[in-house]
Design a protein around this ligand. Structure first.
Ligand code: SF4
Ligand code: SF4
Length: 573
């Protein structure tokens, strides 16, 4: 039997492939991105980067209703974007299995919140599976397809960053091709007109009842016998931590957390002296256990914020003080944009201007930090333009408002904001930072790159064409490396009280070919620090002059163009 080392994301991709999945859709988002990247490498599967998570979920639903097993993957906040479709999908159900992977991010490693998406199971009435390691990630993915078909419902596979990115041994199986009928018309199932939707709601409640019984008997919800003095209910990676801290306790290990296995939990609790619930972020299992009359101890001692680890679990339950400081003191390192990042050329233009700057989600959010100080807010995907519009309507001409959004985020959720801004006469400046990739998640393609996830050539959509199609009269496309010319343009534009769109286009510095590094001629440098305003991490100031770290410098020339003393030159080979 072949074995390999897989991350949770890789294991889910493998599980989906082994289950005979035909269609996969996702919008990249850490920690879920590698699921589709890996699934796309397997034969016999169509995969795509969808423009956003709602689109991805609907693509998967369409495929599942047409008789093909389908999977969609997203980070936790992506499920908020997809929630409209999620709730309807529970009513409609499937024809072939459909799995929705939600990758939650306790600890906010790369997210704006720590929401616990197990609750989506409860409110959308959809079963939720939570694997505890890579092997389970693969097996639960396959099981999720079976549950989906047996109960005519999509299934959420909920993982967290630790499961997504940690590697573990996984046993490989062969792919089982899955064949079902193709599309059949049944408007009472797939058309949620109110008269049909009510019928589907009755059906959903009946399916949920059967799922609850199933949850009480399914093998992934199991009692692991141990000492009767302590029983622990746990799921996901928290189960691993609890096992490490309390190796001799009895466990109720839950793989299917919703519907909650009430009878099994009561049976487990009845002969235990004490019941702990060990889970990350919110008290999901604890609430459901307490609803069954189980006097469980959980979040009164465990933290609601941040990831758990064995140390925190031990400290919490053994009544020791929780030390939330890192065990090893590391020197702080402020996050910074990359050397030669085109966004820094744009942020330079906004410095020291009396502006309200509404930002968005992407690597450019690092423009919040000095010396750029170029972002007042960052709310969620696409909120830059819409928030700026609200500010503009509230403050009118009292203050100039600028919104900043990346290219991938613009296609994801910025377009409706642009349409709204044009329609409702917004007087903001919208800046689209077009680095021709999805930078923050590791350079995935999007509708502007001209390539699909399957590696095919396709059309390349341009944000400026959207702006013109929306009737925006002033649309500029600039090269952010041309810092001097852009400075002149900006001083003109900022005087105007109208909707203006600027597309700042230059490929991500990590993808562009590296040019010879630059150096500072010390005898010419006056120490004016103009070059430092680019905020390039390759540039430093030492004693009374600027210094360039030639190992970091990518030769973008931005600092050279800004130096008034011609003290920066290219190092010629
Ligand atoms: S040329 Fe200047 S701004 Fe560009 S990477 Fe090198 S040091 Fe940084
Ligand atoms: S801009 Fe030129 S003169 Fe001013 S500190 Fe930088 S290298 Fe020196």
């Amino acid at each position: 039997m072949a074995k390999t080392l897989f991350s949770g994301d890789e294991a889910i991709a493998r599980g989906a492939w082994e289950a005979g999945v035909k269609v996969g859709a996702a919008y990249p988002g850490t920690p879920s991105t590698q699921i589709l990247e890996n699934l796309a490498k397997y034969p016999g599967v169509y995969c795509e980067w969808s423009t956003n998570e709602k689109v991805a979920l609907e693509v998967a639903l369409g495929a599942a209703l047409s008789g093909s097993r389908a999977i969609c993957a997203m980070k936790h906040v992506g499920l908020n974007v997809a929630a409209d479709a999620l709730f309807s999908a529970a009513y409609i159900g499937v024809r072939a299995g459909m799995v929705i992977v939600s990758a939650d991010d306790p600890g906010l490693h790369s997210s704006q919140n720590e929401q616990d998406n197990r609750f989506y199971g409860l409110i959308a009435k959809i079963p939720v599976l939570c694997p505890s390691d890579s092997q389970e990630a693969k097996e639960f993915t396959k099981l999720a397809f079976e549950i989906s078909e047996t109960f005519d419902i999509p299934v959420i596979l909920r993982i967290t960053t630790r499961i997504a990115h940690s590697k573990g041994i996984v046993i490989l199986d062969e792919r089982q091709e899955y064949a079902r009928d193709t599309y059949t018309k049944d408007i009472t199932k797939t058309n949620l007109l109110p008269q049909f939707a009510k019928g589907r709601h009755y059906s959903l409640e009946e399916r949920l009842k059967r799922l609850k019984e199933y949850s009480n008997t399914i093998s992934i919800n199991k009692i692991i016998a141990g000492k009767k003095s302590l029983g622990i209910i746990a799921d996901g990676v928290a189960y691993q931590y609890a096992r490490e801290v309390f190796p001799r306790a009895s466990f109720l290990k839950l793989g299917m957390v919703y519907p909650f296995p009430d009878k099994l939990a009561i049976e487990f609790a009845q002969d235990k002296k004490k019941i702990y619930v060990v889970e990350e972020t919110d008290p999901f299992l604890e609430i459901l256990a307490r609803a069954c009359g189980i006097k469980a101890i959980g979040k009164e001692v465990l933290p609601l914020v941040d990831e758990l680890n064995p140390r925190i679990v031990r400290n919490a339950f053994l009544r020791r003080k929780i030390n939330i400081e890192p065990e090893t003191e590391l020197p702080p390192r402020p996050p910074a944009l990359c050397p030669g990042c085109p966004h820094s050329g744009l942020f330079y233009l906004l410095q020291k201007k009396d502006l309200i700057i509404s930002g968005d989600i992407g690597c450019y959010t690092l423009g919040t930090y000095p010396p750029h100080n170029a972002m007042d807010s960052c709310v969620c995907m696409g909120a830059s333009i819409t928030l700026a519009h609200g500010i503009n309507k509230a403050l009118k001409e009292q203050k100039k408002v600028v919104s900043i959004i990346g290219d991938s985020t613009f296609f994801h959720m910025g377009v409706p904001g642009l349409i709204n801004a044009a329609y409702n006469k917004s007087k903001q400046i919208i800046i689209i930072l077009d680095n021709q990739t999805t930078g923050m998640t590791g350079h995935q393609d999007h509708p502007g790159t001209g390539k699909t996830l399957m590696g095919e050539e396709t059309l390349s959509l341009k944000p400026e064409d959207f702006a013109k199609a929306c009737g925006v009269k002033e649309v500029y496309v600039i090269d952010p490396y041309e810092v001097k010319e852009n400075r002149t343009l900006f001083s003109e534009i900022l005087k105007k009280d109208k909707l203006i769109v600027i597309v700042s286009r230059r490929a991500c510095a990590l993808l562009a070919p590296r040019k010879p590094p630059h150096q500072v001629l010390v005898d010419k440098c006056t120490g004016c620090k103009m070059c430092l305003r680019i905020g390039c991490p390759a540039l430093m100031f030492s004693e009374n002059h600027a210094v360039i770290n030639k190992n970091l410098c990518v030769g973008c020339e931005m600092c050279l163009k800004l130096c008034p003393s011609e003290a920066i030159i290219k190092i010629e080979h």
